[in-house]
Ligand binder design. Structure first.
Ligand SMILES: Nc1nc2c(ncn2[C@@H]2O[C@H](COP(=O)(O)OP(=O)(O)OP(=O)(O)O)[C@@H](O)[C@H]2O)c(=O)[nH]1
Ligand SMILES: [Mg+2]
Length: 296
């Protein structure tokens, strides 16, 4: 028996949930970007230590749904809130408290699951602001703990892990001790490509992009080669032009960066990556396409 449980990461878009998950399990299972609404579906990341197994559930940032895509994203949030043993409410401490954060706070107050508040990005703020902020949240909800952290710098994460384990029940392990994530390599590869598109683009493009892995051929993996063919889906011709770039320069950069990271992910010498850009009008509102793009 060990301390075992499901722990959801819940918070506003861009607060640092996926950064924290990757850091804690020392592996990149969830992509990160400086654009909001990066994570689109539930992602499990498991950390097994001698006396505990923490099953983290990364979720999309809490936001107001505009499209069917966003309704599905919020569905993943509600589902996680209902089904876990402990909730980590992550706040970007460098941002002012506003309507969006109040909405998350109200969600957390309504559920019965115990919650820990994480004040993230403390590397960006004046330490004098921390105590009043902790007091502010303490007045509003009975959090089990309130912990300032920096997912980026790694501040206070050992303390955090101890406190999480301390709030979990004694049980048998849920997964084998070497289990890391529920994300197949094929989807991780697609997500890494999407991450590079997010890195390279601005405005509406990050929201309008999906990546579909059409082929993932491991036939020659033993020789160090994996062949991947993927489509970057956008909603309009004008967006396709941006992703391709002048003389194909943008898509080339996206390809090079993606290939390097996918090689690292798969631990192979060479990934032959073929990218194409396709227009799928209104895909964010089309159920069939959302199913195909793996937004469940
Ligand atoms: N300075 C600083 N930046 C951070 C910290 N944690 C995360 N970030 C940055 O915040 C941005 C958002 O990080 P993500 O991990 O993608 O945030 P998220 O909450 O998963 O976002 P969504 O998936 O859109 O909900 C990235 O640019 C991160 O590098 C931190 O502790 N300090
Ligand atoms: Mg995320």
């Amino acid at each position: 028996m060990a301390k075992v449980g499901f722990v959801a990461l819940i918070g506003r878009p861009n607060s640092g949930k996926s950064s924290l998950l990757n850091r804690l399990i020392r592996s990149k299972v969830s992509i990160v970007s400086d654009k909001p609404q990066t994570t689109r579906h539930r992602i499990l990341g498991v950390l097994t230590r001698p006396d505990s197994q923490i099953i983290f559930v990364d979720t999309p940032g809490v936001h107001r749904p505009g499209y069917r895509l966003n309704e599905r994203m919020m569905g993943a949030v509600y589902e996680a809130l209902r089904s876990v043993d402990l909730v980590l409410h992550m706040v970007d401490a460098s941002e002012r408290f506003g309507k969006g954060e109040k909405y998350v706070l109200d969600l957390i107050r309504r559920i019965r699951q115990p919650a820990i508040l994480l004040l993230n990005k403390v590397d960006l703020i004046n330490k004098g602001r921390l105590l009043p902020m902790m007091e502010f949240y303490h007045q509003r909800h009975g959090y089990r703990e309130i912990i300032p952290i920096s997912a980026l710098k790694g501040d206070n994460l050992a303390v955090l892990l101890d406190r999480i384990a301390g709030n979990l029940p004694e049980r048998d392990l849920e997964y084998p001790d070497d289990y890391l994530t529920d994300q197949p390599e094929r989807s991780l590869a697609g997500e890494l490509i999407r991450e590079k598109v997010l890195d390279c683009t601005r405005q509406e493009l990050p929201y309008s992009t999906a990546v579909l892995v059409e082929e993932f051929d491991e036939g020659r993996r033993a020789d160090g080669l994996v062949v991947i063919r993927a489509s970057i889906m956008v909603e309009k011709e004008s967006q396709k032009k941006i992703v391709i770039g002048r003389a194909g320069r943008m898509i080339k950069t996206i390809g090079t960066r993606s290939r390097k990271e996918i090689q690292r992910l798969l631990g192979v010498r060479r990934v032959a990556l073929e990218l194409q850009v396709s227009v799928a009008p209104e895909w964010r509102n089309r159920e069939v396409l959302l199913d195909r793009f793996g937004v469940v």
